[in-house]
Structures are given as structure tokens and as C-alpha cells.
Design a protein around this ligand. Structure first.
Ligand SMILES: Cc1cc2nc3c(=O)[nH]c(=O)nc-3n(C[C@H](O)[C@H](O)[C@H](O)COP(=O)(O)O)c2cc1C
Length: 229
């Protein structure tokens, strides 16, 4: 099968999505589309290179939001029968909100809109599915209560991206998620993969419900529910 897989800027279900993507790429031609935030967040969680390494060759491309300017010409492929399937996983509440309101102003929302027009089967895995609390995972984080304000900050010194302002914070837009800071702080003041609880907003859950009512869109709760491997 020829599949297009969109990744938006969600940390939740990101690693799980990439794991399925890696498996799918072995047996299917997969074009990977990243929203601008999707590209940034993949880097923060140290997963960008894994995704990039899956691409190369015809219809095994990595399509970036910035390369598609404002009209997203590659999404025309969805009206031309190029792809058998579009998967978007993980899908942020932002992208879901746009889709259910018919807005197409990003690479991923355009891909979904054009898939609707081209009758391409679309699977969407939203991060915000049910009301209540959700456990989600953070990228690298400086824990100020553990930081000892060392004269030389080993975490900052060993960061290849120069992303750490000692005793203050990690600039996630510079962070490439390599984890060197976690390994090199002698006081374990940098965490990676910390789990926090967030609370679902009613509007996001309502939007996910509306999404399931749209023609041609199938909503799944987890990337492993995709039955196409
Ligand atoms: C580290 C990090 C993790 C994020 N995780 C989520 C998430 O799990 N769900 C979500 O809806 N937004 C999340 N966001 C916020 C989105 O990236 C942001 O709303 C972005 O504008 C979404 O753009 P997109 O929908 O075009 O990808 C996260 C942001 C950061 C910096």
C-alpha cells in the first residue's frame, strides 16, 4: 500500500506512533508529513532522526510544513489517487479543532481536507479522546529543586545544541533530545520522559466526538489499533 502519515506537534502518543510507523515502513511505501510543530516536537523527544531515516526514494519522502509554503501543493496528490490511505498520529487538539471546523491552513489540515475531496480513507488518532485526566510524557526538563547551581554546569557544557541556560531552563527549540544533559548532570537535575497529569478540556473532547461524525474519517484511540501492518 502507499500510505501518507502525518505527525502533528503532540508529545502524547508520539513514541507509540513512531514505533508503528517504523513497522509500517518495512512493508509499505510511506510518505511522512510533519506539521511545523510536529517537526519541532519530534526533535525535542529525540525522534526526528528515526523518522527521517525511514525516508528516501519515490513516495518515501519527508514532507515538511516550511517547504510547502502557503498553498501546500503536495496535498493535491490526495485528490489524484496517489495514496491508498492517510493516517494522522498523533493529532493535536489544535489540528482536530481545525479539521472539525473545516479549516485547512497547515500541511496536515490540508492533507485531511484534500483526502476528503479525493475520497482517501483517513485514520486519525487524536491525543484528547475522553474527558478526565491524562498521563503524558515530557521531553528533557531541568528540575530546579534538584539543581545545585554548580560553578560549571556539566549538563550545559555537554549539550551539543547549546540548549541549556544553567540554573534556568532548557530551550526546547534548540534541544535535539539526545539526553546528554540527563547523563552528565551529577545531581540528576535533568529528567527525560517525566510523566505528568494533564486535564482534558471539554472543547477538545467535543471536537473529537465531532471528528468521528465526519464522512470518510475513522477515529482510533491508539496507533496500535491500526490494522494494516
Ligand atoms: C513538548 C511539547 C509537547 C506537546 N504536546 C502536545 C500534546 O500532547 N497535545 C497537544 O494537543 N498539543 C501539544 N503540544 C502543543 C502543540 O505543539 C501546539 O498546539 C501546536 O501549535 C500544534 O500545531 P499543529 O497542530 O499544527 O501540529 C505540545 C507542545 C510541546 C512544546
Amino acid at each position: 500500500m502507499r500510505i501518507a502519515w502525518g505527525i502533528t506537534g503532540a508529545g502524547h502518543l508520539l513514541e507509540e506512533s513512531v514505533n508503528i510507523l517504523v513497522k509500517l515502513s518495512k512493508t509499505h511505501e510511506v510518505t511522512i508529513l510533519l506539521s511545523g510543530a510536529g517537526e519541532e516536537v519530534l526533535k525535542m523527544y529525540g525522534l526526528f532522526e528515526t523518522v527521517k531515516n525511514l525516508t528516501g526514494g519515490k513516495y518515501r519522502e519527508l514532507v515538511l510544513e516550511d517547504d510547502q509554503r502557503s498553498s501546500f501543493p503536495m496535498t493535491g496528490r490526495f485528490s489524484l489517487g496517489t495514496y491508498d490511505l492517510l493516517v494522522v498520529s498523533p493529532t493535536t487538539s489544535n489540528t482536530i479543532g481545525k479539521i472539525v471546523n473545516g479549516i485547512a491552513d497547515t500541511l496536515i489540515t490540508n492533507a485531511v481536507a484534500q483526502s476528503g475531496k479525493g475520497l482517501v480513507k483517513t485514520y486519525i488518532i487524536p491525543v484528547d479522546m475522553e474527558s478526565g485526566d491524562l498521563q503524558t510524557v515530557l521531553p528533557s526538563k531541568l528540575e530546579l529543586d534538584k539543581c545545585q547551581n554548580c560553578e560549571v554546569c556539566e549538563a550545559a557544557e555537554t549539550c551539543p545544541s547549546n540548549a541549556i541556560t544553567p540554573y534556568m531552563e532548557i530551550n526546547l527549540l534548540k534541544c535535539e533530545g539526545c539526553g546528554a544533559c540527563q547523563d552528565n548532570c551529577p545531581f540528576q537535575a535533568v529528567t527525560g520522559g517525566k510523566i505528568i497529569t494533564i486535564h482534558m478540556r471539554d472543547i477538545d473532547i467535543e471536537n473529537t466526538t465531532k471528528l468521528g461524525e465526519l464522512k470518510g474519517i475513522h477515529v482510533l484511540s491508539h496507533p496500535s489499533d491500526l490494522n494494516i501492518i
